[in-house]
Design a binder for this molecule. Structure first.
Ligand code: 5GP
Ligand code: SF4
Ligand code: MG
Length: 460
């Protein structure tokens, strides 16, 4: 998901709509904005894409006020119903509160059970709603203290933007798994999942919200608190590989540069003789450039993407996913016929995309097809906000690389090593004692407890 918030601009809702548009790649299922006009919290939420939902002046005009918070949704927890579309809003005795969440809680069911037994009535199936009830039932007086009290009870990954009658608050979980940045536009402050959300409105990047930090913005300015015991951060390495936009700067690194470096690592680690390096667009483009530069093999756009189809993986049903892949890519035959082709993609999850693309490339007359993947094998599900399927559906969880190569139909298949991936971010490799990133989907080393998952597995 993507989150965005504005404090102190007469165009708060319009800026938020623009910000969400820049964050559209983080979720295309639904979007919402809640503003605060000094007495009410007008809201608009719908399924679909930002441009369709917030393209109309009437909708933006209905969201009056100098403060707004927005969300683009990609469902990882909870169903697809409109009740789950964020930002969530609750009207407490102490005032209204809107909350937008990127990430996924790993003890939401446990907390929810406890709350329900005590009388809380849940409106949605979204994990985010537990924040609302924990804030509501907290015995602290000030909203920020109630929020901190709530945060102490949840486990999981969260970057939050919270809006109240007085404040806009940005929060990252203690490990900082998901991104969140702070920016400034004239006299107003902005929170955005990624720097591209600042760029689109011409805002200046101030800094990342730090792991475990709560940044409160009021008319009096900025206040920062760190209520948790400091721990070593574990930013999601898959943001670098796939999730973030290449023109974003995350945690001090250019996503584009990291992706190019991964391509270079791959060219060194698993070189193969070939005539062309072809990216699977869009995420394969920067690493394919890196691969081509490092190997000296020419880069060609041998596969063209139709830009009017969303990210296949994010469409939630299998049926649409299969349909999506066919709609999305086409071979550029002149660049493939008779050639030994190196295909570069970011990941193999179910193997659907790779299988179809290899078929396309073979059909266009390629002499050999070699696949290079810019992440290690995805052998474990993500429980922290990226919607990887369960283990049974993950190709790399069930087959070795040689078998995967046969199934996909390639002459060779190689994944970047975990150390190669870390090197691409500028580190010497993965420090096994104290890794710098979350990489659980590749290593199985989950940095945050999986309370709900473990109880489910015990046959709850
Ligand atoms: P597959 O077709 O193997 O199931 O999925 C891999 C493709 O899905 C890749 O081309 C990748 O670009 C895309 N993809 C989109 N969203 C995600 C995601 O959240 N996780 C992963 N691992 N891949 C994704
Ligand atoms: Fe990112 Fe993978 Fe960790 Fe999920 S499990 S947060 S996708 S690195
Ligand atoms: Mg892809």
């Amino acid at each position: 998901c993507g989150v965005f918030g504005v404090f102190g601009s007469p165009d708060a809702a319009a800026l938020t709509a623009l910000g969400l548009h820049a964050l559209q790649h983080r979720g295309q299922e639904a979007a919402g904005i809640v503003s605060y006009d000094g007495s009410d919290f007008p809201a608009h939420r719908a399924s679909g894409q930002v441009g369709d939902i917030f393209g109309s002046q009437d909708v933006i005009k209905s969201l009056q006020g100098h403060r707004a918070v927005g969300h683009v949704r990609y469902s990882t927890a909870g169903g697809k119903g409109l009740r789950n579309v964020q930002p969530l809003f609750a009207d407490f005795e102490f005032g209204g509160l809107a909350i937008a969440h990127n990430g996924n809680l790993t003890n939401a069911l446990a907390v929810r059970d406890r709350l329900v037994r005590r009388g809380s009535i849940f409106q949605s199936t979204a994990d985010t709603e537990v924040f609302i009830h924990l804030i509501a039932t907290s015995l602290y007086e000030k909203i920020v203290d109630r929020l901190i009290d709530a945060l102490r009870q949840v486990e999981g990954a969260y970057s939050l933007v919270v809006m109240t009658q007085k404040k806009l608050i940005g929060v990252r979980d203690p490990l900082g798994v998901r991104p969140l940045v702070l920016g400034k536009l004239n006299d107003s402050y902005i929170f955005s999942s990624e720097t591209v959300g600042l760029d689109i409105v011409g805002a200046e990047f101030i800094r990342d919200v730090e792991p475990g930090e709560i940044v409160e913005i009021t008319d009096a300015g900025i206040r920062s608190t760190k209520p948790f015991k400091p721990v070593k951060s574990r930013f999601c390495i898959f943001e670098h590989v796939y999730f973030a936009r290449p023109d974003s700067i995350v945690e001090g690194s250019s996503v584009y540069d990291v992706r190019k470096n991964i391509g270079r690592e791959l060219a060194r680690e698993s070189a193969v003789e070939a005539d062309v390096v072809v990216p699977i667009p869009d995420s394969g483009v920067p690493p394919a450039l890196g691969y081509a530069e490092e190997s000296g093999i020419p880069f060609e756009l041998g596969i063209i993407r139709n830009h009017y189809v969303g990210r296949t993986f994010i469409e939630p049903t299998d049926q649409i996913r299969h349909l999506g892949v066919k709609l999305k890519h086409n071979a550029n035959p002149g660049k493939l016929k008779g050639k030994r082709v190196i295909l570069v993609d970011d990941s193999i999850v179910r193997g659907t995309t790779s299988t179809k693309i290899v078929e396309l490339v073979r059909h266009a007359g390629a002499a050999e097809v070699h696949m290079r993947i810019t992440s290690p094998p995805t052998a474990n599900p993500c429980f922290y906000g990226v919607d990887t399927p369960s283990k049974e559906k993950l190709m790399a969880a069930n087959y070795d690389i040689e078998t995967m190569a046969k199934m996909i139909g390639v002459d060779s298949l190689a994944f970047v090593s975990i150390d190669g991936l870390y090197r691409a971010t500028g580190l010497p490799g993965r420090d096994a004692q104290s890794p710098a990133f979350c990489d659980a989907c590749f290593t199985g080393d989950y940095p945050i407890k999986l309370t709900d998952h473990q109880t489910e597995n015990k046959g709850r």
